[in-house]
Design a protein around this ligand. Structure first.
Ligand code: ADP
Ligand code: MG
Length: 226
């Protein structure tokens, strides 16, 4: 029964997204097309060239992010379920994020013990941790800060902690997290947390969020130990 309920809910969310995802992707594509046309036209000074290429790259990244988020949700049963070594996985995620973190003046710290396992689809698990970590990095603004990924063992559960020294959230903002398209960012998709929460839920995980405005946020994600 529980599984049926979860699948029904996923289907509902997936259809909400598919109704508007084509539209969401068309916007960046239209922008890219326009700027490529400009780039190919008259003589441009190098500042303009750089600006237009930059916009193209950002818009393509945005389209890619939406597609990634959408596809990982739309195919909930395709992945292989395996034993994931959490230490290895957070190491992998921190490598993936390192250039982005660098760009944003964020140091990524990781702490983990070895031989802590959970069951899940590797790609999806990584996606969920990346989505949450990216928000942490983005919450730290120009000055940057510290993003900490830790894995802690307690009895039958394993906890993944993702904390940042960023802007923090109010209780109301925390409540809205995970709602499709809820974003406070100029170029936000509002899909990152929703997808992350669904992946975590599908792994029998639970998310608890503590946040203080102006100080930072901690995501506390608990999984049954494999
Ligand atoms: P997006 O990142 O595209 O805005 P998300 O679903 O990933 O969409 O996040 C939704 C919103 O939740 C963000 O726009 C931001 O306001 C808030 N948020 C999520 N994580 C954090 C965090 N670690 N610190 C501050 N705000 C956060
Ligand atoms: Mg995000």
């Amino acid at each position: 029964l529980r599984k049926d309920l979860m699948d029904a809910e996923k289907m509902k969310v997936a259809s909400v997204i598919s109704a508007s995802v084509a539209h969401e992707i068309r916007n960046p594509l239209t922008a890219v097309r326009g700027f490529i046309q400009l780039l190919g036209a008259a003589q441009l000074d190098s500042d303009k060239k750089q600006l237009y290429s930059q916009i193209c790259l950002e818009e393509i990244d945005r389209a890619q992010q939406i597609i990634n988020d959408y596809l990982s949700l739309a195919k909930p049963h395709d992945g292989k379920i395996e034993k994931l070594d959490l230490g290895e996985e957070i190491q992998y995620v921190s490598n993936v994020l390192s250039s982005y973190a660098n760009l944003k003046n964020v140091q990524v710290h990781i702490h983990h013990e070895s031989n802590l396992y959970v069951l899940g689809d590797r790609q999806k698990f990584r996606q969920s941790i990346i989505n949450i970590s990216k928000n942490g990095i983005e919450a730290m603004g120009e000055r940057g800060g510290i993003l900490t990924l830790s894995v802690i063992e307690q009895k039958d559960i394993v906890t993944v902690l993702i904390s940042d020294t960023g802007s923090g959230m109010t209780e109301d903002q925390i409540r809205r997290l995970g709602t499709p398209y809820y974003s406070t960012k100029d170029k936000g998709t509002g899909l990152g947390t929703m997808v992350a929460f669904h992946i975590i839920q599908s792994m029998m995980g639970k998310v608890d969020i503590k946040s203080q405005v102006g100080r930072g946020t901690e995501y506390n994600i608990v999984f049954p130990k494999a």
